[in-house]
Design a protein around this ligand. Sequence first.
Ligand code: F6P
Length: 254
Amino acid sequence: AILREISDLDGLETQLRQSLPIQDVKVVPGDADQSKEVKQLLGKAAAQMLANQIKNDSIVTVTGGSTMAAVADHMRPVQNFHPLFVPARGGLGDMYEYQASSICVQMAKQVNGSYRLLYVPDTVGEEIYSKMMEEPAVKDVLSLIEKADFVIHGIGDAMKMAKRRKASQEQIEHLKKNSAVGEAFGYYFDQDGKTIHQLNSIGMTKEHLTEDKTIITVAGGTSKCQVISAFFKWGPSDVLIIDEAMARHLLNQI
Ligand code: F6P
């Protein structure tokens, strides 16, 4: 039975590789909404995928969230490589353990790598924001984000993320009114991939998701099925690490 299940997943991966504009895909069994173990499997698969591709001097930029935290937990040293981890964005109002910076520190620790952080407060006015962008320390990290070889990130349900970040009632209304479906990199988007709102945090923007970077998207769970479809319309992804629930959803849509 186990063998049949594995070959079934192989079949899903082959079909997805053929039908989506991606370089690679890994499907783990189950539905992340149903069992916590599935998120761990996603983390392990993503960590392995990155380990297979990383080099000594690779720069990896990462986002936050519980899925990325699971990726960090499963990372292990690769030869005697010392990759550099940088957070994709400064604080986004996320809980400490879900912030990109905390995850960067954890990843660097796990692989004997190093990390750089973006020390920026969450919400600052326009004037302070532009001044901070001129700070050499901030500029330095931004240039590392620009140069990154890998982007590894999660995606989330728009409303869930807005609530996790304690968005104001007004912001929530705005997202609802515009039918926001998903969120990634601080951008909220609708089912057609149209940006509804972008959080005012320093760091990576959509324009940084360029072809020279390998973008690894890690997500699972029935509740994120609509989000992944919208995300594909919003921006690029090269490698997918998803669960079976999401894989079947994507194949049904094609
Ligand atoms: O807040 C960082 C972030 O990567 C978001 O961009 C994304 O929507 C969310 O975390 C995913 O969180 P989780 O993995 O906990 O669902």
